[in-house]
Design a protein around this ligand. Structure first.
Ligand code: CDP
Length: 258
């Protein structure tokens, strides 16, 4: 979000956004669980033009050892954007932004995992953004929690996440890239719909109290919707495929040859 730009019209006179959505409408979201054979758990997500993959290993022995916690597991998340995921080639490797996002996602996930069941271990979560179009931190967290569940790690619940914000004076759900760049507020959040617990909330820009409340209402409703899509992905993985590791016959035959 870089501030208000009067030249760009983000919402038309009928309240329709540049990608044709209404203010409280989410971009199409698809999640597939168990897409990688080598990881303990994984999920692939497409959310509008975002493409994100998450992989989980663990619980496994924590290295370096000085990071071990004798009372519980630690959740170590690495959020990474591919060089080709954005319009200007992104310099590979961690930067301030990815370190921040990795931290907030680790903290949200650590809250739901029953970490005390696995002392001295580490649960490693890798999030790779293949294509970015705003909202990648919430897409990453949504994919990562599905991947944790796919890995069979005991957790309180899944963590659906979404961003709300403000564009052309309207509160809008699930900002796209233009709204993120030229809008005047961005409020990513994660919430467990069952309990109403908020696991992530960040705020960039300004909202009045009324706008904030409206944004939270939009986000709550969307989190419920995302939660159902996450559960459906896991159901398809475990019910339809009988929990088999054979996620895709075409790919497994390539694997076997390798
Ligand atoms: O992705 P998210 O909205 O959670 O995080 P952000 O820091 O608000 O970034 C918004 C968007 O800016 C990303 O989703 C990318 O589409 C874009 N971006 C970029 O083009 N180049 C970067 N180095 C970082 C972000």
């Amino acid at each position: 979000m870089s501030g208000i730009n009067d030249d760009i019209k983000l919402i038309d006179e009928n309240g329709i956004r540049i990608d044709g959505r209404k203010a409280d409408e989410m971009r199409p979201l698809k999640i597939e669980a168990g897409v990688l054979k080598r990881a303990d758990g994984s999920a692939y997500l497409e959310w509008g033009k975002n493409k994100v993959i998450a992989a989980v290993y663990g619980p496994r022995e924590c290295h370096p050892r000085h990071m071990q916690d004798p009372a519980k597991a630690i959740v170590q998340c690495r959020y990474n954007m591919m060089s080709f995921s954005v319009s200007d080639r992104k310099r590979p490797g961690p930067d301030r932004r990815s370190i921040e996002i990795s931290k907030i996602i680790s903290e949200a996930l650590e809250y739901v995992v029953f970490t005390e069941n696995f002392p001295r271990t580490s649960i490693d979560v890798y999030i790779e953004v293949l294509q970015a179009n705003a909202g990648t931190r919430v897409a990453g967290l949504t994919a990562a929690s599905a991947a944790l569940a796919d890995a069979g790690i005991p957790m309180k619940d899944l963590v659906p996440a979404v961003a709300v914000g403000k564009a052309d004076g309207h509160v809008v759900l699930d900002l796209n890239k233009e709204e993120d760049n030229f809008g005047s507020a961005d409020l990513p959040m994660a919430m467990i719909p069952r309990t109403g617990e908020v696991l992530l909330m960040q705020m960039d820009g300004h909202l009045t109290m009324e706008e904030f409340d409206k944004g939270i209402e939009y986000a709550k409703k969307a989190c419920q919707e995302i939660y159902e899509i996450q559960k459906d992905a896991l159901r398809r993985r475990y019910a339809d495929q009988g929990g088999s590791d054979e996620t895709d016959d075409e790919f497994s035959s390539i694997d076997e040859e390798a």
